[in-house]
Design a binder for this molecule. Structure first.
Ligand SMILES: C[S@@+](CC[C@H](N)C(=O)[O-])C[C@H]1O[C@@H](n2cnc3c(N)ncnc32)[C@H](O)[C@@H]1O
Length: 317
């Protein structure tokens, strides 16, 4: 197992397991997509295995992260004898099909997702992902999009806030918190991470888990993480060529459930609920990981962030 640290910025999770699964093959033209590039930890290893006739495409919704990845990949390319064509896309992976089409790519041979937030997102106070430091209550991966966490807290209806806290945070006090947010924001709107953190401490309880769940729920809502993943995986499976691989690393049960469900759906011939089937859906996938792969004990010890990681792999039929 190799643990790859990038300074103190980020340690790639399940690196060897993911790269091996992609089955990058020297005798064919590989077109590989990394949907969540960040520090290009996985991407660097992929590129080293590719040839000059291959194409690598990397997506990141966060422009700052993409710029850092670009520098890093340039360096890797100069060190690699037969570097592939590298295309970097500042976009949400929701727009996978559209962006690939824009680059005249209609089929791909491997695609992978390493989901979630990078540790740097939590460390950057101006991004508002963490309650541990004070900053604007933002939480957008893509800061060119309009809706921030503060917008959601200050303007969503109570029912919607309750549903977000319950569904995305799995927060037991979701109803009470949503009701108290409505009362609190009439007096003063939420602007910063500590406005929300202090509110939770004063109005609900002092448990750190409550804060974690509320912050997670807002982040998932602001970035539409679950809807986007569902749509992107569906597009990915359409774009993938037969016999090739899709891999998904997730860090919480909600994301993992989506990967599991989308994969499972494509292993069946029929997905309709009508008594007489007319959906025309054809089985198109073979799941290669009956149980998800998890990091080894050594990896979990060396990188505590890896402890919740799960890798699911499937092959297009
Ligand atoms: C965990 S990091 C990936 C780390 C990378 N595999 C490495 O080893 O360096 C996740 C990255 O995905 C990006 N991201 C999250 N959701 C995204 C989405 N829907 N579309 C595109 N990028 C996304 C984040 O901005 C972040 O840079």
């Amino acid at each position: 197992m190799s643990v790859k640290k990038d300074g103190n910025l980020h340690t790639s999770v399940l690196l060897d397991e993911t790269i091996e699964s992609l089955d990058i093959c020297a005798s064919k033209k590989n077109i590989v997509v990394d949907c969540t590039l960040w520090l290009a930890g996985h991407a660097s290893e992929v590129i080293k295995k590719m040839k000059s006739w291959d194409i690598f495409i990397g997506f990141d919704a966060d422009e700052r992260n993409l710029k850092i990845a670009k520098q890093k990949l340039k360096h890797i390319q100069t060190q690699t004898k037969s570097s592939p064509e590298v295309v970097l896309v500042h976009s949400n992976f929701l727009h996978l099909r559209k962006e690939l089409k824009r680059h005249n790519i209609e089929t791909i041979t491997a695609i992978y997702y390493d989901l979630g937030v990078s540790s740097v997102h939590f460390d950057e106070t101006d991004r508002g992902f963490s309650f541990r430091s004070d900053g604007p209550l933002d939480m957008r991966f893509d800061t060119t999009k309009w809706q921030t966490a503060a917008d959601a807290l200050n303007y969503y209806e109570e029912k919607k806030l309750f549903e977000i806290l319950r569904n995305y945070g799995e927060e037991p006090h979701a109803r009470k918190i949503a009701a108290r947010i409505i009362t609190a924001r009439k007096k003063q709107k939420f602007h910063t991470t500590w406005d929300l953190s202090d509110f939770l401490e004063n109005e609900i309880n002092t448990h750190i888990k409550t804060k974690m769940r509320v912050f997670q729920a807002l982040r998932i809502e602001v970035n539409k993480e679950l809807e986007n993943l569902n749509s992107s995986l569906t597009q990915a499976l359409e774009l993938l060529s037969p016999k090739w691989i899709i891999a998904v690393i997730s860090f919480h049960s909600l994301e993992d459930r989506i990967a599991k469900q989308v994969f499972k759906r494509e292993t069946r011939d029929c997905i309709c609920t009508a008594p007489i089937c007319n959906c025309g859906h054809k089985k198109s996938l073979k799941i290669l990981t009956k149980k998800p792969i998890i990091p080894t004990d050594i990896e979990q010890k060396e990188n505590s962030r890896s402890r919740s990681a799960k890798l699911r792999i499937a092959e297009k039929l």
